[in-house]
Write a protein that binds this ligand. Sequence first.
Ligand SMILES: C[C@H](O)c1c(Cl)cncc1-c1cnc2c(c1)CCCN2C(N)=O
Length: 412
Amino acid sequence: RAWMDADFRRQLSAQRERVEDAFEFEGRKVGRGSYGQVFKTKPRSCADASAGDYALKQIEGSGLSMSACREIALLRELKHPNVISLKQVYLAHETRQIWLLFDYAEHDLWRMINFHASAKKCNSQVSLPPNFTKSIMHQILCGIHYLHSNWVLHRDLKPANILVMGATSPERGRVKIADLGLARLFHQPLTPLTEIDPVVVTFWYRAPELLLGARHYTKAIDLWAIGCIMAELITDKPLFYCKQEEDIKTSSPYNRDQLERIFSVMGFPSQQDWRDLPHLPKYGDLVRNFGTGQQYARFSLGRHMSRSFGMSETSSEFRLLSRLLAMDPLRRPSAREALEDRYFLEEPRPAADVFNDFDIPYGKRDFISDSSDNKDDPARLHFASRGRHLAVASQQQQRPICSQQLPHRFDS
Ligand SMILES: C[C@H](O)c1c(Cl)cncc1-c1cnc2c(c1)CCCN2C(N)=O
């Protein structure tokens, strides 16, 4: 028996296509995060440069965990223009590594928003098409509507997971939702928040019910994150920005500083606003830390957005934003209800190419070196995230925004 299997296994192993044989990815690493690392590659086979690029994601850790297997099986079934499509899975049997192959997206909201934020700091506005935010929001909601109608929850929506196809792609300017829950090894939110890679996890997009100990992810949790992303697209600043302790090793979902930030923007939820609040597991901590929340009585989203960004509280843009950011998850719209909001029916209408045929001002992704890859280096925590910022910064240095050469203006 064993003898026959060994021979059979040798045959299989000889036939199995190896990822390193199919793709050139030496020195082509573009990103590294809690999920693992990602390379911008071309197939070795077709030599012509015109062939599209691919993103090769090497999943952190080894072995095919049950949830990684479930997520991969899901990804292979999912097919929607606004969801990144999984092209191939490679299981390297020798190293028990998992490699996922996707179409390559040159841009993502994290780098795009950083670009606009730094351009603002240098007082050189990169003006965007008037329907830029609306087009991106429309496509995020279309993608999430598709996932939710297939009972797939994303669980970790944030700007870095919202990709946008670049100029060389046939899908130029199309939004692709990525990292579907693969970053989550367990489905319940009560997982130790230390990712495999101790790069700090941000809480800025976490719904208040999660911070108060809600035991399960819901569709409404994804809609809250989309509201946070919409505000960030409008202001170029994370709405619920909260300084992060360097290494958050807690396994408790309760994060007082993050809740404090949410209340100082939104105000404190009253019994009328959120009937089920007292039933949440961490309600006791909330009362202990914040009492009746009187100190937040004068705060509201409308006040924050109008005072800080001159946004009109009667605009349909603000109305949709405040619906998405309802403190009570039961009051948030579904993805379909959000898509039916007046905001998307009014001029200017959302466009299929979010750049609206204008030149794309963002640079290509930088390749990053492996030097900071030393896992034992305690400082890795700093360099890991700082390295990414540096990568973006060097992007900016290559395209001096503050000098006379201004990026192509959208409105010209
Ligand atoms: C795997 C990943 O989701 C991805 C996919 Cl599936 C397809 N095309 C590009 C990417 C991609 C590459 N790099 C980065 C990002 C995304 C997010 C922001 C971080 N990042 C860097 N390079 O820093």
